[in-house]
Design a protein around this ligand. Structure first.
Ligand code: HAM
Length: 435
């Protein structure tokens, strides 16, 4: 048997329905803040990620799916999308359009990480980027939008972790302090940290090796080295969050695993996710577009990416806790009683679908008992038992599958009756809905 590659998976119903739901609500929330969609290619030149995400990051050194094209150019499956959005911003000179550039995206990303629950090699992100402004107000509105999205799903127990990672002006002093503090400690640290201390000391703070954690906890923090501009910017973001009643926890060691970040950096973590607890992450990246060719005055930006797989895991956990059952099947299952009503049943199905109901039609000619059993097992809410006599008498027997209650409904008012009954009827998960 040929199986899906390790770290990749098929998203099947009912889980795929949750992905769809998250995407639909995300689009609605993004629209409220005037974001529009961008779709960038799934592969780009390797150089794009090396230059934007950073040569010394785990993503670039260990996790990219890179291959040589037939013309020997080096291509990479996108490990994230901010670099691609920044490339598109520069390629299409989007800063020349009036107003800020507000773009969102959703789709698969690829990282060769060790697979486990909540960590995959092909995973899905829903992200948004605002380019063209450095104002703290923009940071605030982005965090407010995320808070709203989490609220829409009842994930209000996700916690916002916040930090400022400074800018190229204040970073050298911090790097110096970090190097000094690392010097006596390095012999006790892992080989990666020993290398990073020379090449990009900030990346030492990303180290996941458990033995290194107590040492990292003793290192100086960036917040004590921020210059005046960065300090004021961060204070204003915090003040705006305070005044809107959005709660956050200051996390001075949060540096994020990508090199392009400046100033505001954040993550939302969620308790239901275990060790892979980062539901989403983001931050400001004021120099990124300039590195890729934008003029300095247009190169400020901030964004985030939600780990959609993890968002769905958190949502499943929350719904299970609340005892919510997701309807698994169609609104209506039409069971033809006898082969001769086949075309009348198909016409009835068309009529109900036109009224907005989801309808499945049972195969004409099969035993009624078998059809009703199938309707129940698939989680359909109502079954219509349609025989020749019912059609000629204009009265259709309607069976509510969760309770077994049955009553005849006049054909002309059938779709209105069903729509009303659907809002009140109890739901069964059906066998396909059970996980
Ligand atoms: P990131 O922190 O690398 O940031 O990824 C964002 C989110 O993607 C993580 O918080 C996590 O939920 C999810 N994620 C990452 N790797 C995996 C994986 N292997 N399996 C499942 N989920 C994963 C970025 O990607 C930045 N581009 C975010 C950003 C946008 N910053 C500014 N704009």
């Amino acid at each position: 048997m040929i199986r899906a590659i390790k770290g990749t998976r098929d998203l099947l119903p009912p889980e795929s329905g949750l992905f769809e739901e998250v995407e639909t609500v995300a689009r609605e929330v993004f629209r409220l803040y005037n974001f529009a969609e961008i779709r960038t290619p799934i592969f780009e030149t390797t150089e794009l990620f090396a230059r934007s995400v950073g040569e010394e990051t785990d993503i670039v050194t260990k996790e990219m799916y890179t291959f040589q094209d037939r013309d020997e150019s080096s291509l990479t499956l996108r490990p994230e999308a901010t670099a691609s959005v920044a490339r598109a911003y520069v390629e299409h000179r989007l800063w020349e359009k009036p107003g800020l550039t507000r773009l969102y995206y959703m789709g698969p990303m690829f990282r060769r990480e060790r697979p486990q629950k909540g960590r995959y090699r092909q995973f899905y992100q829903i992200g948004a980027e605002v380019m063209g402004s450095g104002a703290p107000q923009v940071d605030f509105e982005l965090l407010e939008m995320l808070t709203l999205l989490l609220q829409r799903f009842g994930l209000t127990d996700a916690e916002l972790l916040l930090n400022s990672v400074g800018c190229p002006q204040c970073r050298p002093a911090y790097h110096e302090a970090l190097r000094k503090a690392l010097e006596p400690r390095l012999p006790r640290m892992c080989a990666d940290c020993q290398r990073r201390a020379q090449t990009n000391p900030l990346r030492v703070l990303d180290c996941k090796v458990p033995e290194d954690q107590p040492i990292i906890a003793e290192l100086p923090v960036l917040k004590d080295y921020l210059d005046l501009g960065c300090r004021e910017h961060f204070q204003q973001v915090c003040q705006l969050l305070d005044s809107a009643g959005i709660r956050y926890r200051l996390e001075p060691r949060l540096v994020r695993g990508l090199d392009y970040y400046t100033r505001t950096a954040f993550e939302f973590v969620h308790g239901a996710l275990g060790s892979q607890n980062s539901l989403l992450g983001g931050g400001r990246y004021d120099g990124l577009a300039q590195v890729l060719g934008a003029p300095a005055q247009a190169s400020q930006g901030i964004g985030f990416a939600i780990g959609e797989d993890r968002f769905v895991l958190a949502l499943q956990a929350a719904r299970e806790k609340a005892g919510a059952i997701v309807p698994a099947g169609s609104d209506v299952f039409i069971a033809p009683v006898g082969a001769e009503v086949q075309s009348a049943c198909l016409a009835l199905a068309r009529e109900l679908r036109a009224a907005g109901l989801s309808v499945e039609t049972g195969e004409a000619g099969r035993k009624l008992g078998k059809l009703l059993e199938l309707a129940s097992r698939t989680g359909a809410r109502f079954a219509l038992l349609v025989g020749e006599q019912d059609l000629s008498g204009n009265q259709i027997p309607v069976k509510q599958l969760a309770t077994g209650h049955q009553q005849s409904v006049e054909r002309a008012g059938l779709s209105d009756y069903l729509k009303q009954a659907l809002t009140a009827a109890p739901v069964t998960a059906g066998e396909v809905g059970k996980s």
